[in-house]
Design a protein around this ligand. Structure first.
Ligand SMILES: [Zn+2]
Ligand SMILES: [Zn+2]
Length: 320
């Protein structure tokens, strides 16, 4: 089968690799589509032993000791695999399990996936829609918006218009918010306006400007942007961190949090229930394709990666 490999320094290739063998409790999925994700950038630069790809959907080809799925079922994949036994796994929140692992291998024609990570698509749902509703672009965006008090927040600011930022913008617009976007890359700014439907877009947010946003979604993971989110939200407003940042961030709690009663929270991945909620929103008219700018065949994945990780696209799909 064909599969994408990352060799480091931005070198990628589509190669012939063996079809994986599903272990007990796994299905072999014939993938139909996968999506490139900003969180793969580090692997694209550093190289990756295994096959990349953590957002994908496909058709069950065969099963090995599975109870629910059968060949022919169409599924999307939630790649967080929890222990299955702890409090959070039992609550359907494996992303909080202390021993979760993350599957990959979706940028290939076939993938072996634990049955517990597959989510059956509603009858008739297109694979492209399934991979978007069942990926972390909209999943994280949906969780992030779930963190805010929607009864009073109408003015939202979004920092960073990569895929997650675009997902946040398009959902906020669906819900009827006024959305301003702050993004230094002019190509992404334009996607935020044209694809995701943002009301206004600028290069960098000025925390001193008025009126301040009721809620700020920080989707860049940049420390300076995180600070301006905390300083730029209105008093008693909410800041949601969605952009991953493993570095230190220095704040003065009295200034940034206490005196202005700012709520700071985060959003991480998504649950099966979030997927079902997103399906409901989709059937009420939300278009998940509003974050997608390019669709490439899997064979052209290296070119797709060059453009995507070079900041020249919005969300990118790889079709088989
Ligand atoms: Zn992702
Ligand atoms: Zn667990």
């Amino acid at each position: 089968m064909k599969g994408l490999r990352f060799y480091g320094d931005g070198r990628a290739a589509v190669e012939d690799v063996p079809v994986p063998e599903p272990k007990k409790g796994e299905v072999l999925l014939r993938t139909a589509v996968s999506a490139l994700c900003g969180s793969e950038h580090a692997d694209y630069l550093a190289g990756l032993e295994e096959m990349p790809g953590h957002e994908f959907a496909g058709i069950v080809e065969e099963t090995n000791g599975c109870g629910m799925l059968k060949p022919g079922d169409q599924v999307t994949v939630n790649v967080i695999k929890g222990c299955g036994n702890c409090y959070f796994c039992k609550k359907g929140q494996p992303q909080f399990c202390s021993s979760f692992s993350v599957l990959s291998g979706g940028h290939a024609e076939y993938a072996a996936v634990p049955e517990q990570c597959c989510i059956r698509l509603p009858e008739g749902m297109e694979m492209e829609v399934g991979v978007l509703l069942g990926g972390d672009t909209l999943g994280v965006a949906y969780r992030a918006i779930g963190k805010i008090r929607q009864d009073w927040a109408r003015n939202a600011a979004v920092f960073g218009a990569g895929p997650i930022g675009l997902g946040v913008i398009s959902l906020l617009k669906y819900y009827g918010y006024h959305v301003s976007v702050w993004e230094p890359n002019p190509i992404r700014r334009q996607y935020a306006l044209d694809l995701a439907g943002a009301d206004e877009a600028g290069e960098a947010y000025d925390p001193e400007s008025e009126p301040k946003a009721d809620v700020v979604f920080e989707c860049s993971g940049n420390a300076a942007a995180e600070l301006s989110a905390l300083e730029g939200v209105r008093p008693a407003g909410t800041v949601v961190f969605c952009g991953e940042n493993y570095r230190e961030l220095k704040i003065v709690p009295s200034y940034q949090i206490i005196h202005r009663e700012v709520t700071l929270t985060g959003a991480f991945y998504y649950t099966r229930q979030d997927f079902y909620d997103l399906c409901e929103i989709y059937y009420r008219g939300f278009d998940p394709r509003s974050a997608v700018s390019h669709i490439f065949p899997l064979e052209e994945a290296p070119e797709a990666c060059r453009m995507f990780f070079g900041g020249k696209t919005a969300k990118v799909l790889l079709k088989r």
